[in-house]
Design a protein. Sequence first.
Length: 135
Amino acid sequence: PMIARVLVSSLVLLVSLACCTALQKSEPTPAGVEIDGIVINNQLAITFNDAQVLVPATGNFVSCGNIQRRSSCSTGFPGRPYSSNALLGSWKESGTTQTTEEFVVEIGSDIDMGRSARLEVFIFSQGQAGARLIQ
């Protein structure tokens, strides 16, 4: 059995991580904000490695080798229009590969369309992750 399935419908995630979008299959939302970086947050009490966020439609990805417990890895790049393409996340916990299903991060009502944003992916429990746009 695969340990790494992200919550598809998740009241628990909505309650525990208010304002965040669960990693789940979703319809794309209209573009309108620029993305200028990605942050991968490790909220676990253990270090994980080989973290990657992949855009299957383009083959573009961001990866981090090791992310210490309760820390993060981030990268910036020139702003690009957010196209709401599906994403895939993966990482290794204690040598076991964890993978999300494809997901789309919706643009939240708190996002100022006139400012650039970053994609934040957070690993919050064994085999579970969430994502949101932050400014």
